[in-house]
Design a protein around this ligand. Sequence first.
Ligand code: PSU
Ligand code: MN
Length: 310
Amino acid sequence: MNEYLDLSDEVTEALRGGRPVVALESTIISHGMPYPRNVETALRVEAAVRGAGAVPATIAVLGGRLKAGLDSGQIEALGRPRAGAEGGSGVAKVSRRDLPRVVASGGDGATTVAATMIVAAMAGARIFATGGIGGVHRGAERSWDVSADLEELARTGVAVVCAGAKSILDLPKTLEYLETKGVPVIGYGTDEFPAFYTSRSGLRLEERADSPAQVALLLAAKWGLGLGGGVVIANPVPDAHSMDAAAIGAAIETALAAAGKAGIKGKDVTPFLLAKVKELTEGESLESNIALVLNNAVLAARIAVEYSKL
Ligand code: PSU
Ligand code: MN
């Protein structure tokens, strides 16, 4: 086990016994949703994973230690705004390049998809559930803004169950990048890449699965072939919570314009856009976000159960 990593007792026992474990990220807690809905959702997601027969391992950096498996007090500490924080929780957003700094300084950090994949792989957890992945940003031909999540999917052997990616991103370029990097993108019960708040993007996928067992076989083949690297399992938002495409599209355009005007750069771009979209859609997007994360947690647990049988 890595000397910087602490597993909870429950996660240690599950991994030792070859029982299903689902990794969960913490940027969604600290930067993806407002308090207290963020904490409440994180706890509901853990319960959903348990209800589907797997052990949840929420991942973060606390006091400079990598953690897989948090208690409710630790989840609260990641979600509750800290003194002096302007918007968000005040906890650092930690992706691959931030891990050494936060560990060396003994700090706290909320892990992105990329950093969560790294810690999950270290722990030996192969299946991870979240809301949406980062990707190639719109205007990337000028800004060069490509999420480290994509590079991590290229190199780290963890399957990420998500509801696709938000159209704050350039979705066609995101799919091209994943193809170049050899990352399978599997539509779960769909032939289209889902666009987070809406189940459709109009972008066709080449791979589709209709059962957790089918996904598990594909994961076993990818890693059994020695190919390494990640897999995206794109699970559309449930119909009852799918948003109106025109309304969400308009909010995203407004958010992008505001980010441009405010000169937002680097790692602040995604949290800025997420907060703006939320504000513009008056909470409807938050309900949709919560529903799709719960849906992804259940699917990830079912996949983890099937994978543990192979
Ligand atoms: N997209 C969302 N919700 C999120 C994120 C992305 O719809 O919470 C978070 C995830 O943690 C993701 C990160 O890994 O933002 C990507 O940030 P960046 O674009 O800076 O790589
Ligand atoms: Mn970026």
